[in-house]
Design a protein around this ligand. Structure first.
Ligand SMILES: NC(=O)c1ccc[n+]([C@@H]2O[C@H](COP(=O)([O-])OP(=O)(O)OC[C@H]3O[C@@H](n4cnc5c(N)ncnc54)[C@H](O)[C@@H]3O)[C@@H](O)[C@H]2O)c1
Length: 391
């Protein structure tokens, strides 16, 4: 059996969990190296009474990423650094011919997108966008209904990501608004757009986005709530709202899809006595002509597609979605597939619209054309807009 030497950069709470789950769920993974600029996350921080150093004595810890890449002889690099800081590590991984499993958003700026895209084009290594929400059971079921033709083609789609993240500011300081325009929640759009775009053939082409500015706290740099309208060339409308400073309890992800032949909705958990629901209706299904609640939830293993990985089911990590995506990625790698199940292109399709949406806010709500590294005229935008996003 071929073995894969795994390394990780970023040992915050998510990096520690992801590295452990990856290492514990696959016989062909050899946990080899871990890197963080803060060594205490490896040597001192305890989960279930054990530090990572105690739990994984076979792993070499590095404080310097380049040193890890030079010495560890990795096959797979996992990137779990702050959301503002993924692309440079991913680019170095691809250039070294190492397969990359990266958290999202994929990039922070258009300039990063261009560099990473070029690195992927020149590399034989696989790039997996670890887009957690694309592993949720009800999203896999949405894809299944779409493939079966029960939804038709999307006409309009909506998604909301409402999560008051103020309690995370101390532990993850990158989440706290600290620079003008640096705190636009719409940039963190991948959890919402990833599932929607997985059933949309076209890229999003236009955007208009507005902000409330800062009203809930006295943080002068905050944008409490962003709402964006996107549109494709053929006129499909996507409306997305993101808010990370609010007084709404819970972590609310909702999705609505208006199709030519059906309607799909995911209603999030609204507290005690109001559990989450996934409802669907289709004009071409006798059983589901009326709105019908689907027996499906977060866990990928409650969906038809997810069931094939059931024996490896793990509930940790967003209802099991993270381990499911790792299984999917490993399956592709072992089979010698050229592309990951969720590619770099997929990651950029769900990340770049948020960068343009933030730019639309900065330009006072101007409608902008969205371009991607695979478009001829992307380079000009990468030069024009990059400075605005580096804060
Ligand atoms: N997919 C999901 O559902 C989901 C959920 C939560 C977080 N995330 C993502 O996971 C990532 C990590 O989030 P987190 O909550 O663990 O954040 P965190 O701040 O706890 O962890 C980030 C770690 O990266 C380290 N780091 C920063 N710069 C570094 C560098 N140059 N070299 C090495 N290490 C460096 C930090 O010291 C820190 O330990 C973020 O990208 C976040 O968006 C994804």
């Amino acid at each position: 059996m071929k073995k894969y030497r795994l390394g990780v950069v970023g040992q915050g709470s998510r990096g520690r969990g992801m590295f452990r789950w990856f290492s514990e769920n696959f016989e062909d993974i050899v946990p080899t190296a871990a890197c963080d600029i803060v060594p205490k996350f490896w040597y001192e921080t305890k989960e279930n009474d054990m530090t990572m150093a105690e739990r994984m004595p076979q792993v070499t810890f590095y404080e310097d990423f380049d040193e890890m890449m030079a010495k560890a002889d990795l096959d797979i690099l996992m990137v779990e650094t702050p959301a503002t800081n993924h692309a440079d590590f991913c680019e170095k991984g691809l250039k070294a011919g190492v397969h990359v499993y990266s958290d999202i958003p994929t990039v922070r700026s258009l300039e990063e997108a261009q560099r990473l895209w070029k690195a992927q084009q020149a590399s034989d290594a696989m790039f997996m966008s670890g887009s957690t929400t694309c592993g949720w059971g009800f999203i896999l079921e949405l894809q299944n209904l779409y493939k079966k033709g029960l939804l038709g083609e999307p006409v309009a789609m909506e998604a909301e990501y409402i999560h008051d993240c103020r309690s995370l500011w101390e532990a993850t300081p990158w989440r706290k608004p600290h620079v003008k325009w640096g705190s636009m929640p719409i940039r963190y759009c991948t959890h919402s757009l990833g599932p929607l775009l997985s059933i949309l053939k076209e890229d999003l082409r236009k955007v208009y986005c507005v902000t409330t500015g800062s009203k809930v706290t006295d943080n002068e740099f905050a944008n409490d709530y962003n709402s964006a309208f996107f549109q494709t060339d053929s006129g499909v409308v996507v409306r997305m709202t993101a808010s990370f400073i609010n007084n709404c309890a819970g972590c609310n992800h909702s999705y609505r899809i208006y199709g030519t032949k059906g309607y799909f909705e995911r209603i999030p958990d609204k507290g005690e006595g109001r559990p989450p629901k996934t409802i669907f209706s289709s004009t071409v299904s006798d059983e589901m002509k009326k709105l019908t609640e689907l027996p499906i939830d977060f866990s990928p293993y409650t969906s038809e597609f997810g069931k094939r990985f059931e024996s490896k089911a793990a509930n940790s990590g967003h209802g099991g979605a993270d381990v499911f995506l790792m299984q999917w990625f490993m399956e592709a790698l072992r089979s010698g597939a050229k592309e990951a199940p969720i590619t770099l292109r997929d990651g950029l399709r769900m990340t770049i619209p948020g960068i343009y949406a933030a730019e639309s806010v900065i330009q006072g709500g101007k409608t902008l054309t969205i371009r991607y590294p695979w478009d001829d005229d992307f380079e000009e935008d990468a030069k024009t807009y990059t400075k605005t996003y580096t804060n």
